[in-house]
Design a protein around this ligand. Structure first.
Ligand code: AKG
Length: 161
């Protein structure tokens, strides 16, 4: 996974945040968005995400939708689409069994869909950025000294602590 993230970010990588998301029954629909405030030029990517599927992603249960190639358009859904919550003609859903990890360039337009099943659709997001960018969670600010002391050099590097 790190190799794929590093490929997108030119080897210039640190963790930005690690979080979870559960699309609950009847909920979870998101507007298409990029995980960055505005457009970036093609190739100058700053952020890369991964989704760790704790439940299978199916057509019914709120699987993430993505618009392949949209990271190369130099624009974002809020600028390019009249209604980013609408269906996009090129969107595809990420359908895969639990245990799958999906790595995607976070400038790619994406979003959760409505969970029409009767069970939560759970996933973890392990989100990375270039080392010069601020982390979504300031890891240095939150890590306890005793936790830091237990970490390997590689883990400290990845967390930037
Ligand atoms: O959980 C998902 O399906 C996507 C979540 C997402 O894109 C976000 O929360 O920004």
């Amino acid at each position: 996974m790190l190799a794929a993230i590093a490929h997108v970010l030119g080897g210039d990588v640190k963790l930005s945040s690690l979080n979870s998301r559960a699309a609950l029954p009847g909920q979870g629909a998101q507007a298409l968005h990029a995980d960055w405030s505005g457009p970036v030029p093609e190739g100058a990517y700053l952020v890369c995400n991964s989704i760790w599927l704790l439940d299978p992603f199916t057509e019914e249960n709120g699987a993430t939708r993505v618009v392949p190639g949209s990271h190369r358009t130099g624009t974002v859904p809020s600028e390019a689409m009249p209604e980013p919550s609408a269906q996009h003609p090129q969107e595809v859903q990420l359908l895969a069994p639990a245990g799958t990890v999906v790595v995607f360039n976070s400038h790619t337009w994406h979003g959760g869909t409505r969970n029409n099943s009767d069970a939560p659709r759970r996933a973890l997001h392990s989100y990375f950025c270039r080392r010069g960018q601020p982390q979504q969670l300031d890891q240095r600010g939150y890590i306890r000294p005793e936790t830091r002391a237990r970490l390997s050099d590689a883990a400290r590097y990845l967390l930037d602590v």
